[in-house]
Every structure is written in structure tokens, then in C-alpha cells.
Design a protein around this ligand. Structure first.
Ligand code: NAP
Length: 240
């Protein structure tokens, strides 16, 4: 029987690449979007048989309903990927409380809510994989991204604690920390800043969403049966 993956924020970027790769590997795929209806509908048509779910990960009722629909449609959730995220690039002194709260409500509360409701049914099955998408900035911190870095650091601490709590229930919890990946999130980065980042990266380039997706698929696979609580960089060596 096919396994089921639920990927938050899979209308675009890294989440969409994860959806496509899991689909190609035989998974039932539940695609979540919030604002990008057109992109998400096109993706769900491409991945015939996938389940399309509109919902805001920062809202408890939305998350509860999306998890319940996925379980009732496919029978279970075997893999949860907490990918939905936003960034704020700004000096601390120019960052508003609203920006801070929005960052945390999506990047941290969203990860908490989806994990909470998916874990409840994974515990019943005594099996499951939770894979969180953090960032290298959650490890090392980035200037002008202090609030984003804090939210991604929270995801890392959550991963480690949850791995300890859910391990006895047969569930692994891991985290991928991507470096600079070519998506809409970085559309405002200037060519000069991109070049500078590449020069500081041992592999000398930025990454693709597909490369992050491959790491996520590995963590969901049998090859990672004995891996939990780990924060795995996918960054061309940017953080060593
Ligand atoms: P992206 O291209 O901007 O896509 C973000 C995705 O998150 C979209 O599918 C968006 O859906 C979804 N999303 C945002 N708010 C949401 C909400 N409230 N509820 C549900 N979905 C929501 O970004 P990306 O680069 O693919 O980033 C994906 C993840 O990787 C994020 O967690 C990001 O922090 C992390 N990351 C990215 C990079 C990078 O360089 N790109 C590096 C490190 C970590 P809608 O458009 O439908 O709202």
C-alpha cells in the first residue's frame, strides 16, 4: 500500500519540489496552499490523484481539518513535512511587532500545529516521520534576519525535543537546514549578494529546490530508519 505525505506550503518552491519527488516515488501526496491557488491547482492536476488542501498553517482549525481530510482520504499520514514558511529581511530596529508575530505564527506555530495533529494519528499507528524545514540561519544566525533566524532556531529546538518525546512511539523527527535555494523567497536578493554568497560557499553555487527535496525523501525512506533528532544541512557547505 502506498504511503501518504502531507506537505505544508507545497504550492511553490521547495514544497512543490518535495510534492513532485514524493509523487514520483509512489507516495499519496496531500498538497497544502494558502494564497497561491493557481500554482497549487496546476500542481495537483500534474500529480493526478493528489489531494489539494487550502489552509493557513497558523490557524488551528485549518490545520486540524487538513490533517483530518488527509487521513480520511488516504487512510493515514505516514510523513509530515513542515515546510510552509516566510522570511522577513530587515534591520531589527525597523522590524515591527506584527512582522515578528507573523513570522512566528507561520514558521513556528504552523510547525507545532501540524506536528500536534499528525502525531496524534502517527502515535496510534506506532509509526511515522516528521521532517521540519529550518534554515542555515537557524543554526548560525543572519544579520538583518534576526527574527527569521530566531523562528528557524525554534524549529531546530522543537525537532530535537520532539524526537525524544516521539521516539518511543516509533516516530522519527528530523530537520533539514537548507542554504541559499533558488525560489521566490530569494527573489529580492541582488545579483551581487548572490555572487558573494556563492563565493563563500564551498560548492560555489546556490542550491535547487529539488536538492532539498532529495534530502527530505531520504529522511522519509527506510535508509533513515535509525536517524532521529538530526539537523541536516543541505547548503553546499555554507555552514560547516
Ligand atoms: P517560497 O517559494 O516563498 O514558498 C513558500 C511556501 O510556503 C508557499 O507554498 C506558500 O504558500 C507557503 N506558505 C506561506 N505561508 C503559509 C501559510 N500561512 N499557510 C500555508 N502555507 C503557507 O519559499 P521556499 O524558499 O520554497 O521556502 C520553503 C521553506 O524553506 C520555508 O520554511 C523557508 O523558510 C525554508 N528555507 C528556504 C530557503 C531558501 O533559500 N529559499 C533557505 C532555507 C530555508 P502560498 O503561496 O500558497 O501561500
Amino acid at each position: 500500500m502506498s504511503k501518504t505525505v502531507f506537505i505544508t506550503g507545497s504550492s511553490r518552491g521547495i514544497g512543490a519540489a518535495i510534492a513532485k519527488l514524493f509523487y514520483r516515488n509512489g507516495y499519496n501526496v496531500a498538497i497544502n496552499y494558502n494564497r497561491s491557488e493557481e500554482e497549487a491547482s496546476a500542481l495537483s492536476k500534474l500529480l493526478a490523484g493528489s489531494l489539494l488542501l487550502k489552509g493557513d498553517v497558523s490557524k488551528e482549525d485549518d490545520v486540524k481539518e487538513m490533517i483530518a481530510k488527509t487521513v480520511s482520504h488516504f487512510g493515514s499520514i505516514d510523513v509530515l513535512v513542515n515546510n510552509a514558511g516566510i522570511s522577513v529581511v530587515n534591520l531589527l530596529t525597523d522590524t515591527t511587532l506584527e512582522e515578528w508575530e507573523r513570522l512566528f505564527s507561520i514558521n513556528v506555530t504552523g510547525t507545532f500545529l501540524a506536528s500536534k495533529y499528525a502525531a496524534a494519528q502517527m502515535i496510534k499507528n506506532h509509526s511515522g516521520r516528521i521532517i521540519n524545514i529550518s534554515s542555515i540561519w537557524g543554526i548560525s544566525g543572519a544579520s538583518m534576519e534576526s527574527c527569521y533566524s530566531a523562528s528557524k532556531g525554534a524549529v531546530i529546538a522543537f525537532t530535537k525535543a520532539l524526537a525524544k518525546e516521539l521516539g518511543p512511539s516509533g516516530i522519527t523527527v528530523n530537520c533539514v537546514a537548507p542554504g541559499f535555494i533558488d525560489t521566490d523567497m530569494n527573489s529580492d536578493v541582488t545579483p551581487e549578494d548572490k555572487r558573494a554568497f556563492c563565493e563563500e560557499t564551498p560548492l560555489g553555487r546556490i542550491g535547487t529546490p529539488e536538492e532539498v527535496a532529495k534530502m527530505v525523501l531520504f529522511l522519509a525512506s527506510d535508509n533513515a530508519d535509525f536517524v532521529t533528532g538530526q539537523i541536516i544541512g543541505c547548503d553546499g557547505g555554507a555552514i560547516i
